[in-house]
Design a protein around this ligand. Structure first.
Ligand code: MLT
Length: 392
């Protein structure tokens, strides 16, 4: 007799973006010609920088020769990639041997659950990226919501929240677009020291930070190495949502309550559950972190932020409070008194715009909509026209 993992019953029926996909498919069936514009899942649309595609192409060609063929790669990822991540992303704050290259941040979020005893509850920003909650539920954890609202500047009130041994924290945040300040992150790190918690810091949206005072990594904060690990991604950095590449940084000081290092167990887990990111993706990552690649990917982030400005204008003209979008590719739109799933359906059927209902990110999102600025410029211009005409 095979017994189902009982924790699966704690999950909502579908993952948020699958649920949205199903509702869109229903409309598509009824109205195949509906000119849909997706402001929903944060999926990149702009082509890879030419230098990145060229480098991956050369490496793929080389695989057809005996001299250029490679099989399994190093367990932690290619040395040149880890060197470049250490220097270009972390300015040496994280050493190459503290980096573990992966097939993406979401996969690492799931695998990280294997490190910690199920009795360790987890705190999430409310609203939060649903993968933090869903992977924690499957792991049998209690999830504690830390409200992040306009009233507290989208930063949890650390004096009143329920403590938890594990803290998922994303900045710039998905879905609110709020980028935590240095002072806020310093307080979070001090809180983790005081409560002997570990921060699972998601920096997937760091490439969108534009203000030089806003940290791009938790490791810019004093004391973070003892209480935090960081999950990074090339998806939004370089348009690798399809290519797949990410990493997790685990400082050697980070340890469990018994004093044993996290990195040792993480290494054991990834060598058991995973055989490394595709070598072609990793060569693409190497090209992204060369000077011309870095310049190109910064231009990509600027492009999407300009889209965000386009979408913001009609919403603010309609008198709505719009958050995010300045250092993040998401707009977080306050729609007081309106149920977000109802508004989702309204915009889908009347304007053929696919947005994300805030309720899908947690209880504090129920009166918000999330709009993604990932899209081509013409589609974003058209979306802005439709938003101007819509009743929200
Ligand atoms: C989102 O739309 O929240 C993200 O793109 C989803 C993801 O990164 O998996």
């Amino acid at each position: 007799m095979v017994v189902r993992n009982p924790h699966l019953a704690r999950l909502p029926g579908s993952y948020l973006f699958s649920e949205i996909g199903q509702r869109v498919a229903t409309l598509r069936k009824a109205r195949p010609d509906a000119p849909l514009i997706r402001l929903s899942i944060g999926d990149t649309t702009e082509p890879l920088p030419p230098s990145v595609a060229a480098h991956m192409g050369e490496r793929a060609q080389a695989m057809a020769s005996q001299a250029g063929y490679v099989g399994y790669g190093p367990e932690r990822g290619m040395e040149p990639l880890r060197q470049l991540l250490s220097s270009a992303v972390y300015q040496g704050r994280i050493a190459p041997d503290e980096l573990f290259v992966s097939d993406g941040a979401k996969c690492d979020i799931g695998r990280l659950q294997l490190l910690f005893d199920p009795s360790c509850s987890v705190a999430v920003q409310d609203p939060a990226y649903p993968a933090y909650v869903d992977t924690s539920l499957v792991a049998g954890r209690k999830v504690v919501y830390w409200p992040c609202t306009p009233e507290n500047g989208f930063f949890p009130d650390l004096d009143t929240v329920e403590p938890a041994p594990l803290i998922f924290f994303c900045s710039p945040a998905n879905p609110t677009g709020a980028a935590a300040t240095r002072d806020q992150l310093q307080r979070l790190v001090e809180y983790a020291h005081a409560h002997r918690s570990i921060i699972l810091y998601d920096s997937a949206y760091a490439p969108f930070v534009r203000d030089s005072q806003t940290p791009r990594s938790i490791f810019e904060i004093d004391g973070a190495r003892q209480v935090a690990l960081e999950i990074g991604s090339f998806s939004k950095l370089a348009g690798f949502t399809g290519v797949r590449l990410g990493w997790t940084a685990i400082p050697r000081e980070l340890s469990f309550a018994d004093g044993s290092p996290l990195a040792t167990d993480w290494s054991r887990i990834i060598t058991t559950f995973f055989n490394g990111a595709s070598c072609l993706s990793q060569w693409g990552g190497v090209a992204c972190l060369q000077p011309d690649g870095l310049q190109a990917i910064d231009q990509l982030a600027t492009y999407y932020l300009s889209n965000a400005a386009l979408l913001r204008a009609p919403l603010e003209a309609a008198g709505l409070s719009v958050y995010g979008g300045r250092q993040a590719p998401y707009l977080w739109v306050h729609t007081p008194g309106r149920d977000s799933w109802e508004l989702f359906a309204h915009l889908l059927h009347t304007a053929h715009l696919v947005v994300v209902p805030g309720a899908g990110f947690g209880p504090s999102g129920r009166n918000f909509l999330r709009l993604s600025a990932f899209g081509t410029r013409p589609s974003m211009e058209e979306a802005a026209h439709r938003l101007a005409a819509a009743t929200i």
